[in-house]
Design a protein around this ligand. Structure first.
Ligand code: EPU
Length: 430
């Protein structure tokens, strides 16, 4: 099995370009099912997850071709309405075909995703929302079967907790429903806004973009869209944290600094200089930190829905503060099991104690962080281990790197270009 080998201790310097957002590309690719025709989706990252979504679209009868970062999806002929277990088990976001298939075909059969490394992650809010639009759902043999009684009917849907893919699924189910649908307590993540943009380009009538109340006036027809995927804010944040952890100075280009308000604030509190301009960040350690005259400062973090601190950057931020002066409390509020990286960071020497939904990180000096073999458990945990490996002295070998390939485009090559000593290996170190 392939591993990533990192010889840590080198500061990062140079420029890195951010790819399109995985979590915007997935719902937007699913939305191409809404109406027959050729959709043009630009800035699509080439990742394991986007390939899985394209494979799922093919099992439903769509075809596609990729030219660079542009993907042309032809949804003229659909031949099925089922997302099989084999695909859903590799990518939970497969449930995003439920909403568009209900609109297009009035029926969908999608395997229930089951649990995942970071939590139970049920889809009960998606199903309750569909039912309020007049959909009947049945669970049988591990599949959800959803069928419109007659037509989808506009309604008011309230989410107990803002759900990102739930909001996206309901948007796609309501764009052609009769009457008006109001989604209350909707997710405000920029990826939802990107989907709203695509749906409006297709002819949908939606008010309240980027707010927690979305009003969808059903329209009679839609047309194929051309849409740009927004830059990946989680990839952006991961590079900002990596530079903060290793030292050096990097310009992060093709990103949207306005999408990371909480992270930039926390990095500044830790003693990192973060300069923002349109489409780019420049990140560097303060001069004192760089000259080893002082250490990074500890910072407390609580994950929240957007615009709060993203749960998808919690593991990476923890890899930063293991070397800070003092104690940082990292509180996870979105997923119940998102501390799988803690045991692996401890193998590198980190001093972390888990107390319920909080991790207490007592900073240690850089010399005490030493490379070791570690195992990736999920996508963002893998990124956290890469950052810790870049910091640690000696060699860190990360196994189960397929998690990383689900969501980071060319991460090894991008880090190499910034001067990191990192490579992929097909054999283990002796
Ligand atoms: N929830 C329910 N029932 C539901 C839906 C959600 O209880 O029907 C709970 C979840 O268990 C969780 C909370 O509500 O505790 C919020 O989950 P949400 O539905 O927002 O998560 P998601 O839509 O499944 C997306 C991203 C995740 C990201 C979360 C939170 C995609 C494809 N996935 O998941 O991304 O962590 O929002 O921001 O957009 C990742 O990229 O590594 C990743 C896990």
């Amino acid at each position: 099995m392939d591993t990533i080998i990192i010889r840590g201790g080198k500061p990062l310097h140079g420029t890195v370009k951010i790819s399109g957002a995985k979590n915007a590309a997935l719902p937007i690719l699913a939305a191409t099912l809404l109406v027959a025709g050729t959709h043009i989706v630009r800035n699509v990252p080439d990742l394991r997850d986007t390939r899985t979504m394209l494979q799922l679209l093919e099992t439903l009868g769509a075809t596609h071709r990729r030219e660079g970062t542009t993907v042309y999806v032809d949804t003229c002929e659909l031949s099925g309405a089922e997302a099989p277990y084999e695909l859903v088990k590799t990518m939970r976001a497969s449930v995003l075909v439920l909403g568009p298939l209900l609109t297009r075909a009035g029926y969908a059969r999608v395997s229930l995703p089951g649990g995942c490394a970071i939590g139970a992650r049920p889809i009960n809010y998606h199903l309750k929302g569909f039912e309020q639009l007049g959909v009947r759902t049945i669970l049988a043999q591990g599949y959800v079967e959803a069928r419109c009684k007659d037509v989808l009917t506009g309604s008011t849907v309230y989410f107990d907790t803002p759900t990102v893919t739930g909001t996206e699924n309901l948007l796609m189910a309501s764009v052609m429903a009769t009457g008006t649908t109001i989604i209350k307590n909707a997710a405000r993540e920029p990826e939802v806004g990107n989907l709203v943009d695509m749906l409006m380009t297709m002819g949908a009538d939606i008010e309240g973009k980027d707010t927690d109340r979305l009003t969808v006036h059903g329209v009679r027809s839609l047309q194929p869209a051309t849409i740009d995927i927004i830059p990946d804010r989680i990839e952006t944040g991961t590079y900002l944290i990596a530079v903060a952890a290793t030292g050096g100075r990097v310009r992060v280009e093709q990103c949207n600094p306005t999408h990371l308000p909480a992270l930039t604030e926390k990095l500044r509190s830790a003693g990192i200089a973060v300069e923002e301009e349109e489409g780019a960040f420049t990140v560097s350690c303060s001069e004192q930190v760089e000259r080893n005259q002082c250490r990074l400062r500890s910072v407390d973090v609580k994950t929240l829905v957007y615009p709060g601190f993203p749960t998808d950057l919690q593991a990476q931020f923890m890899a930063l503060v293991i070397q800070a002066e003092g104690t940082s409390i990292i509180h996870e509020t979105i997923f119940e099991n998102r501390f799988m990286h803690v045991a692996e960071l401890q193998r590198l020497g980190a001093d972390i104690t888990i107390d319920g939904a909080s991790a207490v990180v007592r900073g240690i000096s850089l010399e005490k962080i030493c490379g070791a073999p570690v195992m990736a458990t999920d996508l963002r945990a893998s990124a956290s281990l890469v950052i810790a490996g870049l910091v640690a002295s000696g060699i860190t070998e990360i196994s189960r790197i397929y998690h990383l390939e689900r969501g980071y485009e060319n991460m090894i090559e991008k880090l190499q270009a910034l001067g990191a000593d990192i490579h992929r290996s097909s054999s283990t170190i002796v």
